[in-house]
Design a protein around this ligand. Structure first.
Ligand code: GAR
Length: 195
């Protein structure tokens, strides 16, 4: 059995899809949800499904390696960033190199980097007049929205689309593909926990 940890700061609609997808999987389970916001919707979703949660503070995340102990305690094989907005510190990147993925709501390297999240990204796509956008799932390194790509999927942007229309199309792609891509990745890793 492989263990997945989801890190999320917000609503958690991707986290919900991932949790539901793995609920019946014989290969992997979501074993932990970590959030930096104590009122994040994702925490309610985790509790609904009986998944342990941890709330982290900025000082704990950047000044200690306590998160690493929590992850090791739960035998976490893969970390999934699903709308997690803090930069990942070096100790965590190096411990989970090529075992941590992020989803970004655009076709990186376009519209990535610090401050580019959520609606800011879709507004930038609209302002640039792009005729397409999409999603990028990539390994996490020490920089925002860099790291080798694992998967991209495109969708068309119509000239009449508002940023909200673009957001809706992109979120649909995320929900459709993110769980499957995670499943492929996690089962390719050596497992740390017997079934
Ligand atoms: C997702 O669209 C994800 O791509 C984005 O945050 C949203 C979280 O939605 N992440 C970023 O913008 C990271 N730069 P959710 O909480 O409903 O899953």
């Amino acid at each position: 059995m492989h263990n997945i940890a989801i890190f999320a700061s917000g609503t958690g609609s991707n986290a919900r899809k991932i949790i539901e997808y793995f609920k019946t999987s014989p290969d992997a389970r979501v074993a932990l949800v970590v959030s930096n916001k104590k009122d994040a919707g994702v925490l309610d979703i985790a509790k609904e499904h009986g998944i342990p949660t941890r709330i982290i503070s900025r000082s704990m995340f950047y000044e200690t390696e306590e998160v690493l102990e929590i992850l090791r305690d739960k035998n976490i094989d893969l970390i999934v960033l699903a709308g997690f907005l803090w930069l990942i510190p070096e100790y965590l990147v190096s411990s989970y190199r090529r075992r941590m993925v992020n989803i970004h709501p655009a076709l990186l390297p376009r519209h990535g980097g610090k401050g580019m999240y959520g609606m800011h990204v879709h507004e930038a796509v609209k302002a640039a007049g792009d005729s397409e956008t999409g999603i990028t799932i990539h390994f996490v390194n020490e920089h925002y929205d860099e790291g080798d790509f694992v998967f991209q999927k495109r969708c068309a942007v119509d000239p009449a689309d508002t940023p909200t229309d673009i957001a809706r199309k992109v979120l649909a792609l995320e929900h459709r593909y993110f769980p499957e891509v995670i499943a492929r990745l996690v089962t390719s890793l050596p497992s740390t926990t017997p079934a």
